[in-house]
Ligand binder design. Structure first.
Ligand code: AKG
Ligand code: MN
Length: 188
């Protein structure tokens, strides 16, 4: 991919660990149905989500303000493994639960100023494999990755500057998927 720094590790967790984390996160995270304001209208987002982070990590988008919950033990263990293996720090994680193929995330860049100029975002998947689509903002170049159970995707460098990414709906999928995106929010 031109202008991007993207790395994919299909079996970053062993099968047993991935299975155990998946069922714990599904039942123990505080999943919520949030709504955002779009063109002046409140709309439910097409997935459940939860926001965990260090105490100061507030996050806001589209009229939705997220106050962080303290790290769940599984989210802490994963953060530790990421920090040790990547040598990068993370202070918050956005958790998304796609209940089936009707849940989705529209194309966007994670380019909020508080994430910094070249954010490293670590994205972990448990459950059903879903397609993750990149599109270059200028050239339209596309790249599709199937994100598998127990996998890690790293987006770093200029990836957010030059590409949007998202998860399309799919009629064929009836099983759920959990995704965790670890980020680092900067404070002045
Ligand atoms: O579910 C995914 O793989 C994408 C999540 C994502 O892009 C985000 O949380 O910003
Ligand atoms: Mn994103």
């Amino acid at each position: 991919m031109a202008d991007a720094d993207v790395r994919y590790y299909p079996a970053w967790f062993s099968r047993n660990t991935a299975d155990a984390y998946y069922s714990t996160l599904k039942s123990e995270l505080c999943w919520r149905q949030d709504s955002i304001k779009l063109f002046g209208k409140r709309m439910q987002i097409p997935r459940l989500q939860a926001w965990y982070g260090d105490p100061h990590c507030h996050y806001a988008y589209s009229g939705l303000a997220l106050t962080p919950l303290p790290f769940h033990p599984v989210l802490s263990s994963i953060r530790k493994k990421l920090e040790e293996e990547l040598g990068v720090q993370f202070n918050c994680v956005l958790c998304n639960w796609y209940r089936d193929g009707q849940d989705s995330m529209s194309p966007h860049s994670d380019d909020e100023p508080e994430l910094g100029d070249k954010p490293t975002i670590a994205s972990i998947t448990f459950g059903e494999k879903r397609n993750f689509d990149f599109k270059h903002k200028l050239t339209g170049e596309k790249c599709r990755l199937g994100l598998e159970h127990g996998s890690l995707l790293i987006m770093a460098g200029d990836t957010q500057k030059h590409y949007v990414h998202g998860i399309n709906k799919s009629k064929r999928i009836s099983e759920p998927r959990i995704n965790l995106t670890y980020r680092y929010i900067h404070f002045d």
